[in-house]
Design a protein around this ligand. Structure first.
Ligand code: 2M8
Length: 465
């Protein structure tokens, strides 16, 4: 496999500083005064896992904004502990994003909902937040004593909310009985249009009239070739309506939800965050053991139920269909985030990263495509069905750093840097040409590039300057 690896070019310090400055300008432009929009055009509100990535990048130079980002998101937390996937900005005109607050009707939903908090959506996204809160604090430690005191106060405020969030996932979404959290909608995965969901979406039977007429706001700002098809969108809307109209009731999910999946990416992030929550607990003088126990359970759940020994891959488990979803996507690589992942699985994932599935031959190809390059339905530009995403690269890069720093890790760092140098802070990128797709000035691309460049500077990892 290593024969596929290419030499890693070096980046001059002046170029690195220019990239950092431009990334910071993107974040400045996308700051609303209390949080950061994912993008000014396509996503003019605050998204959940975006907020976590953004806080991680901001924390290098803007502690107060990094903390505010996470606390603004957590202001939308529901009474039952759920952290919603969108917190809506009331100053953005209705109709600028679909589905908006009226569609989700979260305030009227049930006593589980957001109470008197801001308007939110009714579904969730991968639980990156405890990990982000810990990372923000680590940057404060580097900044000195005054920053540490403020940061400990911040951790004290968010800790109970993060505990409630993880309890919600274990208690309400642990419906498969595997100590893993199930998602009820592809949007909850963060990889909305991934081929992982195709079979379940195809099998949905939508009753006539169940999906009212709606206008796709996303197509105003993006090329339809980059976005989900209308048929997929109808299914997304139908699933959201089904959950909403059941009052966002998780108690009946097993019997009722037409979509229920335990996904490796979601659960690996949760495991990584549960370890972070244990560290936060200990920083605050609390007992970290319950969070480590939760992390251990997720670890065991992933190994027992998502690892498919025949395929030597982690695969999503369809709770309703009682089957693995045999789609080879980047989700299968994410258990690298589990610091206790055994060597057998680490080796299999590293081999996969260097194989023709995820590592295209040729001088101008970029890591890591979101879907197996050899799949007949691989699509180099359509959202989550092939393009490279900076947050996915960053997660794999961090995951590999926990497991011996194999050479492909430096290549991923180089890809991230080269993609942005070539095409700017785009939402996603062509794995062959590096062309940018989706939004321009996309916040998590900027934030995670900041984090990457600073970390490389600290550790002397390649590429060096
Ligand atoms: C995309 O998802 C939203 C719906 O939540 C959309 O397509 O309208 C996904 O890439 C998701 O992971 C991301 O959090 C969101 C905002 O960046 O956009």
């Amino acid at each position: 496999m290593t024969s596929r690896l290419r030499p890693v070019p070096r980046l001059a310090r002046v170029e690195r500083d220019a990239l950092l400055a431009e990334a910071q300008r993107v974040l400045d432009r996308n700051w609303t005064g209390h949080s950061t929009v994912a993008s000014r055009t396509l996503y003019p509100h605050q998204w959940s896992w975006d907020a976590a990535f953004i806080a991680i990048g901001r924390a290098w130079s803007e502690q107060a904004r990094a903390q505010r980002e996470l606390e603004s998101l957590l202001a939308g937390q529901w009474a039952n502990g759920m952290v919603p996937h969108i917190v809506f900005d009331p100053s953005v005109p209705v109709g600028e994003y679909f589905p908006g607050p009226d569609f989700w009707a979260a305030h009227g939903a049930s006593e589980a909902g957001p109470g008197t908090g801001p308007a939110t959506s009714g579904i969730l996204q991968p639980p990156m937040h405890a990990r982000a809160a810990l990372e923000v604090h680590r940057r404060a430690e580097a900044a000195g004593e005054g920053a540490v005191a403020a940061s400990l106060a911040f951790l004290g405020r968010v800790y109970p909310k993060l505990v409630a969030w993880h309890r919600y996932l274990a208690g309400r979404r642990g419906v498969g009985g595997h100590h893993l959290a199930a998602i009820v909608h592809p949007w909850e995965s963060g990889m909305d249009n991934s081929p992982i969901w195709d079979q379940d979406l195809d099998e949905l039977r939508i009753p006539p009239g169940a999906v009212p007429a709606y206008r796709r706001h996303d197509l105003v700002h993006a090329d339809p070739a980059d976005r989900p098809t209308d048929a997929a969108y109808d299914r997304f809307v139908y699933l959201a309506i089904s959950y909403r109209d059941a009052g966002y009731d998780d108690a009946t999910l097993l019997a009722r939800s037409p979509f229920l999946v335990e996904d490796p990416l979601f659960n690996a992030i949760w495991c990584w965050s549960a370890h972070a929550l244990a560290e936060i607990a200990e920083l605050l003088g609390h007992d970290g053991a319950p969070h480590r126990t939760m992390a251990r359970r997720i670890h065991e759940g992933m190994l027992t139920y998502l690892w498919e020994p025949g395929a030597r891959r982690f695969l999503a488990w369809d709770v309703r269909g009682r089957r693995h979803v045999s789609k080879n996507t980047v989700s299968s690589l994410m258990p690298l985030l589990d610091p206790e992942l055994p060597a057998e699985q680490v080796d299999a994932i590293v081999a996969e990263l260097g194989s023709t599935h995820f590592h295209a031959a040729g001088p101008a190809s970029f890591l890591v495509p979101s879907y197996d390059l050899a799949s007949p339905d691989f699509d180099r530009r359509r959202y989550w069905r092939g393009p490279v995403w900076i947050n996915i690269d960053w997660l794999i890069w961090r995951g590999l750093g926990q497991h011996g720093d194999p050479p492909v890790r430096a290549e991923i760092a180089t890809s991230m840097t080269q993609l942005v140098r070539r095409s700017g802070f785009r939402e996603y990128f062509d794995p062959f040409t590096g062309d940018g797709y989706g939004s321009h000035d996309f916040s998590w691309t900027a934030a995670l590039l900041i984090d990457l460049l600073h970390r490389l500077g600290l550790t002397g990892d390649r590429p060096a300057w």
